[in-house]
Design a protein around this ligand. Structure first.
Ligand SMILES: [Zn+2]
Length: 412
């Protein structure tokens, strides 16, 4: 059978149209999970699913599935998708590309009149980003049995709104159970969010696995006092101690670059007003390295810096939470298949590792999973300046389509 064509202009127009929901001044999107803008994006996705003849199901986590039935509905389906939520602000491609390319693949099957053996489902996972509700990879985490549904519904944002209540508010707390069903395989197309493909001049990345990741929740405790009258020598300013550690963490990242990265990423300060010396700062650091020893060396350096700063300032610095993620290893056969499919379509390709987490991490725990990368301009992502080309998006969608057809064509 000749290779099916993706309607690349439609894919591009879908990406640009969806990007207008929560549009930001510099060409990005602001669609934090379960906000009105996220609801609008979901509604448009559901509309496009119905237009493509898909049967839409919404589960208890608000994950949205558009199903194209197969010849044998009893066989576990092939899933393909990603997420429609963004950071604040984010770009037009991180997430939407994987969802809309899967939709484009289904439209190509429709146009060719293909009946697959297995059903194919296009999926939008809830709260991939974790920018509003932590942790990220939330909808896929519950689906894969890694997160508890009730605890996840009770998770609150900084303003106290919970996932469960916000799902209900925007009309996406669905009736279908979340997960607990067999899935044949999962495919996710995503921009690389790094510079490797672009530098190598390759169009397709066959992702074989991920890096080591460490998240450290940190706290600095000092003493409150009047910001204008407390003698300098008696000040125990928690903001100062935290800031010194922030600078140290950045220097530790610099020392392990380019393979390693380390940065402080958030900070809350109490009481955070103009007339009090801060008595408490809570902040966090993200550490990533391809090797376990690299992460361990950076963590040891951070702990040493904490001890030194505490010693020099009299402030109390501590690690209050610690989350470590060992690398994911994706299905090797599917990653090799990505390289073969790319060659057959005439797209240059190479094996790749991902630094960020993706919903594919969770799915890989329950079914054979492939993550496929295409380049983004200068490796920039989580930014309004995130850009990817029509040609690269379409090439990735072709590989996604070929994977879906291969898997969905299987009778057993
Ligand atoms: Zn993403």
């Amino acid at each position: 059978m000749p290779a099916l064509a993706i309607n690349r202009d439609r894919l591009w127009s879908d990406l640009m149209t969806l990007g207008c929901l929560g549009a930001t001044p510099r060409g990005g999107s602001d669609r934090l999970s379960l906000t009105d803008a996220d609801r609008d994006a979901r509604n448009l996705f559901v509309h496009w699913c119905a237009e493509a003849g898909l049967a839409v199901t919404i589960d208890a986590m608000g994950n949205v599935f558009g199903r194209r039935e197969g010849a044998d509905p009893s066989l576990p389906p092939v899933l393909a998708g990603s997420h429609l939520d963004t950071q604040q602000p984010g770009g037009k491609f991180d997430g939407p590309l994987g969802v809309l390319a899967a939709l484009a693949a289904v439209r190509a099957m429709n146009a060719a009149g293909i009946v697959t053996q297995r059903a194919v489902e296009v999926v939008n996972w809830t709260n991939e980003e974790g920018a509003r509700f932590a942790p990220g990879l939330m909808g896929s985490g519950v689906f894969a049995g890694k997160l508890d549904l009730a605890a996840t519904h009770a998770t609150a944002d900084r303003g106290g709104a919970t996932v469960g209540a916000e799902l209900a508010r925007i009309g996406y707390r669905g009736a279908a159970p979340c997960g607990g069903r067999a899935v044949d395989s999962y495919f996710e197309l995503h921009i690389e969010q790094g510079p490797v493909l672009e530098a190598a001049g390759r169009v397709i990345g066959a992702v074989t696995g991920s890096h080591y990741m460490l998240y450290l929740g940190l706290e600095c405790l000092g003493e409150n006092g009047h910001a204008q009258s407390l003698p300098q020598a008696r000040r125990r300013n928690a903001l100062y101690g935290a800031s010194r550690l922030v600078a140290e963490i950045e220097a530790i990242g610099d020392a392990h670059a380019p393979a390693g990265t380390a940065s402080a990423i958030t900070m809350d300060v109490w009481p955070n007003n103009r007339i009090n010396i801060a008595h408490r700062a809570v902040f966090a650091a993200s550490v990533v390295h391809p090797a376990r020893e690299g992460v361990e060396a950076m963590e040891a350096a951070i702990l040493a810096a904490m001890a030194r700063i505490a010693d020099e300032t009299g402030l109390a610095l501590s690690v209050v939470s610690r989350m470590r993620r060992d690398p994911i290893v994706f299905d090797a056969g599917l990653a090799e298949e990505t390289l073969r499919l790319a060659a057959a379509r005439g797209h240059s390709a190479m094996p790749a590792l991902t630094r960020p987490g993706h919903d594919a991490f969770n799915l890989s725990a329950i079914c054979p999973t492939a993550l496929i990368f295409v380049p983004c301009l200068d490796g920039v992502s989580h930014s309004e300046l995130e850009r990817a080309s029509l040609e690269h998006c379409a090439a990735g969608a072709e590989i996604l389509l070929d994977h879906m057809l291969n898997r969905a064509g299987r009778a057993n």
